[in-house]
Design a protein around this ligand. Structure first.
Ligand code: BTN
Length: 243
């Protein structure tokens, strides 16, 4: 299923490479780079990763559906990563809605999904993944949240091995998602939900909501028990509520 494999030492952002290649006609491909000088994170943030500190790659994928059908995609991708890491012996990885990978509430990696060409019922999607491999100490001190890397977790495999396992799991997951959507994956996602039953705050645009994290819906929305009752959210940033 993989049409193109592009491995570079340096690029701007592997997501940009994937989106550009799809604009030029590519159907599927894998773009990995040792270094990105303009890496992007979610919510308009930068993804800064000095050379050798993380495994950065993007999968280019074309869906035969509009963007509306892809709401649960980021959760499915998180689940594929969690399952791939378990295959590599890393079994205590939790998922944070919509798609961070956590170990004891510290961030191990993130996912950035970007879409283009949602016109004729078809979507071109760049699934960008950054996994912390070995973060420099000076960088960890500057980050605004606790982070962890694969070296600290004692991972002894190579980046190539990890990439191969993740990509194979991801392709399998995307094929499943294309035919059945997120609903059949929901219970596995809930198993890995790092915030289940915990008091959380959700920032969505200018608004902030507080409640207990109940889980997710069949479409991938976040279910919170707030003072107004059970509510479902479709976008935003969740954090553990500090008492
Ligand atoms: C986040 O947690 O904010 C998401 C981070 C996603 C980073 C990856 S690294 C490979 C791909 N290329 C990018 O520019 N971003 C994603």
């Amino acid at each position: 299923r993989l049409g193109q494999l592009v491995l570079t030492v340096e690029t701007d952002s592997t997501n940009t490479r994937a989106l550009d290649a799809m604009q030029a006609g590519l159907t599927t491909g894998l773009f990995a780079s040792e270094y990105q000088h303009s890496g992007r994170g979610r919510r308009g943030r930068q993804w800064v990763s000095p050379l050798g500190s993380s495994l950065c790659f993007s999968l280019a994928w074309r869906f035969n559906s509009g963007a509306a059908a892809l709401e649960g995609l980021s959760l499915a991708v998180g689940l594929a990563l969690q399952q791939a890491l378990a295959q590599e012996g890393l079994v205590n990885i939790g998922l944070k809605w919509p798609n961070d990978l956590l170990v004891n509430d510290a961030k191990l990696g993130g996912i950035l999904i970007e879409l283009s060409g949602d016109a004729a019922g078809e979507c071109q999607v760049a699934i960008g993944i950054g996994l912390n491999v070995q973060l420099p100490e000076a960088m960890v001190e500057q980050l605004d949240q606790p982070c962890v890397d694969l070296t600290q977790l004692g991972y002894s495999g190579s980046k190539t091995q990890l990439l191969a396992t993740v990509v194979s799991e991801l392709i399998h997951m995307l094929e499943r998602f294309e035919t059945s959507g997120f609903a059949p994956l929901r219970s596995a996602w809930e198993e890995a939900n790092a915030f289940r039953g915990r008091e959380v705050a959700l920032t969505s645009g200018p608004r902030r909501y507080e409640g207990v994290c109940l889980g997710v819906t069949d479409q991938g929305g976040l279910r919170l028990q707030t003072s107004a009752g059970q509510e479902v959210f479709h976008g935003g940033e969740m954090s553990v509520r500090l008492q």
